[in-house]
Design a protein around this ligand. Structure first.
Ligand code: ZN
Length: 409
């Protein structure tokens, strides 16, 4: 932890204590108590439930008159989280987002097609802010109405698509189906942070005919735009002048060794409205140590491996969703889409994997199912039930896809 970051952290701690949340959370702790990482790691984590418990404005560290906007993250468990932004927070977010576009080689001559949702969700408006600061033309469509999306994409000659991976895939499949690829002018796609496998990536790149960039962020910490992959596709550069991150073992809460997989924990360094200290993202990733060939000095984290709460413990083994992506990417005939259902029957855990296939011959399908079972058994250590469904039978979502349904609890 260098001196510059240390100073910013001390300042953030002092400022955060203006909020109800951190007044309690950091009771008795002063900024100057933190003189090293060793001191810092003694600070308590902030969990999403702390933010939920602070509903509506307990996170705010400024006067209401200084807040210019709120966003809200969708809590899966009822109470939403409200994140207030000051004018400076929005400016900082736009600067970070502009930097993302620049790393992806997007310029003010591009036409940016924005499909993530607008409103309380941070995604659409974040892509918008950054693009406007860059000076590019934007088409703020938001999600849905695919035929209109395609019409505008053709008529206005969109060159950059911004989307979730599921929606990019849906658009790609639709372009293929309507045979309009030659009317589409897309060159790049910036895909919102969602864990997505190699196979899905390849399909989106091929069907849309684009270079892909992974953009990272979450509503609690500005929104998307706090980091992005560069053209070398070697993890995502993180804007460490705004964000201090740690990667910890989600079980022991200790920092993992460099390069090991763990949970990303974020502390904001500049945020006024809703500063966060040691916020647990539950996103699993690892730090990439070597220098990036692109020459950017911003540190990198790997493409997301999954969520620490998606790590499934079954039959004494830990299953990461990324392992399933990997298996499906290695077999011919399976699409990238799948669903997993886990049940507890007669005292045993049973995992059922549904995957899509375009194969029609029953013998071929049986063979493919057996191959997936074998690879699963070799790689993960137990035998799943594997069931094929038709191509496109599994849902494609405009937001993030839910792929794992654990019915055991
Ligand atoms: Zn790079």
């Amino acid at each position: 932890m260098n001196l510059k970051i240390l100073k910013k952290i001390q300042k953030t701690i002092e400022h955060a204590k203006n909020s109800e949340l951190y007044k309690k959370h950091l009771d008795g702790i002063n900024g100057e108590d933190i003189q090293s990482y060793e001191d810092f790691q003694k600070l308590p984590f902030t969990e999403k439930k702390d933010l939920q418990n602070s509903y509506p404005m307990g996170i705010s560290a400024v006067d209401n008159k200084d807040i210019v906007r709120i966003h809200s993250s969708s809590g899966t468990t009822g109470t939403p989280v409200i994140i207030p932004y000051t004018k400076k927070d929005l400016e900082d977010w736009a600067k970070m987002f502009k930097r993302c576009y620049e790393v992806a080689g997007v310029t003010n001559e591009d036409i940016i097609h924005i499909t993530p949702g607008y409103g309380l969700w941070t995604a659409g408006i974040g892509f918008q802010l950054g693009a406007e600061l860059l000076g590019a033309m934007t088409i703020p469509l938001g999600p849905g109405n695919t035929s209109k999306q395609l019409k505008m994409m053709k008529d206005l000659k969109s060159t950059v698509l911004t989307a979730t991976s599921s929606y990019a895939l849906l658009l790609g499949e639709e372009i293929e189906k309507c045979s309009i690829k030659e009317d589409i002018h897309l060159k790049k796609a910036l895909i919102g942070s969602e864990r997505w496998g190699k196979k899905m990536r390849e399909r989106i790149a091929k069907e849309l005919g684009v270079e892909l960039y992974d953009i990272y962020g979450l509503t609690e910490i500005y929104g998307p735009g706090i980091g992005i992959s560069c053209k070398y596709e070697s993890g995502m550069h993180i804007w460490d002048d705004y964000i201090f991150y740690e990667i910890i073992d989600p079980k022991t809460n200790e920092r993992v060794k460099k390069g090991e997989v763990g949970e990303l924990v974020v502390t904001t360094l500049e945020k006024e409205g809703a500063p966060l200290i040691r916020y647990r993202t539950h996103d699993l990733t690892r730090e990439i140590e070597d220098d990036c060939p692109c020459g950017l000095a911003y540190p990198r984290i790997d493409t997301l491996i999954g969520r620490s709460d998606d790590m499934i413990k079954i039959k004494g083994t830990i299953l990461y969703p990324s392992s399933v992506d990997q298996i499906l990417s290695e077999v011919e005939g399976a699409s990238s889409e799948y669903q997993i259902i886990i049940d507890h029957l007669n005292g045993r855990d049973i995992l059922t994997l549904f995957f899509e296939t375009e194969l029609e011959d029953e013998e071929d399908i049986k063979k493919l199912e057996r191959e997936i079972v074998n690879r699963f058994k070799d790689r993960i250590g137990f035998t799943p039930k594997v069931i094929s469904v038709g191509f496109k039978d599994l849902p494609r979502n405009e937001k993030k896809s839910t792929r794992i349904f654990d019915n055991r609890y």
